[in-house]
Design a protein around this ligand. Structure first.
Ligand code: KIV
Length: 302
């Protein structure tokens, strides 16, 4: 039986790098595997922003970890995603890549990191892979951004596309609103989905659209669709990790299922810590270091 080394102080060493765990049945999740899951067992993707969460989600068997620009809202506390920078994404991607062993890590391209021109887009996407150690990038937009997707893909960088409710366009859309509810808007989103597939995207996030439209797009494409607020027919589902864990106290969007009440659990645990400290119950003897035991000095000549 192999024993875990005892950790006396500090933290366990970083997760082993991909492929180092000899004899482990799990394999790193790759782009071809994700493409191959089209129409098969649904894929799961969860956002992650740090190594500890990445490790837990990876241990849970989540196939894809998205370092989303949602970090602007849930980590940085802003009202939207617009202030996130490429440096932010690179920084958080590195942490997630260090913490995960098998999951496919995707770095979100932030606002204005790919819209200005394709050269800048390729350079920024390259940084997310080279410095952030992500395996792919995600970017928002349909037909109008398809030529840029093609250029990034031609540089050898896998691109996950994102259509429907695209949060970087929050002001143009007039808020975080469901898209594609009438026939013209639905037809435009379907055309966008076809355009990003033709440009070489290996998967497509469908956000905030009616379930029927997501089903039609999923049927029409050969690449997997990953839904968020897009019904059950997609080839996979994605949630923001804090939403999935119920960490947000006052935000309860319709499309989110809270699999735990993380907010209440964290508050309860922190209150227990506060109360034990105030009563001097923590730290106990089991959490306290003692002096080294020295051998009793031998005195005299015998
Ligand atoms: O930034 C993000 O977390 C996302 C998901 C909601 C798909 O883009």
């Amino acid at each position: 039986m192999s024993e875990q080394p005892e950790v006396k102080y500090g933290r366990p060493s970083a997760a082993p790098q991909v492929g180092v765990d000899a004899g482990d049945a799990r394999k790193p999740v790759t782009v071809p595997e994700i493409r191959g899951r089209k129409g098969g067992v649904p894929l799961t993707m969860v956002t992650a922003y740090d190594a500890t969460f990445a490790r837990m989600l990876d241990d849970a068997g989540i196939e894809m970890l998205l370092v989303g620009d949602s970090l602007g809202m849930v980590v940085q506390g802003n009202a939207d995603t617009l202030g996130v920078t490429v440096d932010d994404i690179v920084y958080h991607c590195r942490a997630v890549a260090r913490g995960s062993r098998y999951a496919h890590v995707i770095g979100d391209m932030p606002f204005l990191s790919y819209q200005v021109n394709p050269e800048e887009a390729v350079r920024n996407a390259g940084r997310i892979l080279a410095q952030g150690r992500a395996h792919a990038v995600k970017l928002e937009g349909g037909a109008s951004i398809a030529p840029t997707i093609r250029r990034i893909v031609e540089a050898g960088i896998p691109v996950m596309a994102h259509v429907g409710l695209t949060p970087q366009s929050v002001h143009a859309l007039g808020g975080f609103r469901v898209q594609g509810r009438d026939h013209e808007a639905a037809a435009r989103i379907l055309a966008d989905a076809r355009a990003v597939e033709a440009a070489g995207a290996y998967a497509l996030v469908l956000e905030g659209i009616p379930g029927e439209l997501a089903a039609t797009i999923t049927e029409a494409l050969t690449i997997p669709t990953i839904g968020i607020g897009a019904g059950v027919s997609c080839d996979g589902q994605v949630l923001v990790c804090y939403d999935l864990l119920g960490m947000t106290a006052d935000l309860r969007p319709k499309f989110v299922k809270r699999y735990d009440e993380g907010h209440d659990r964290v508050v309860t645990a922190a209150q227990a810590f506060r109360d034990e400290v105030r009563r001097r119950q923590f730290p106990g003897p089991e959490h306290t270091f003692g002096m080294l035991k020295r051998p009793v000095p031998v005195t005299g000549t015998g």
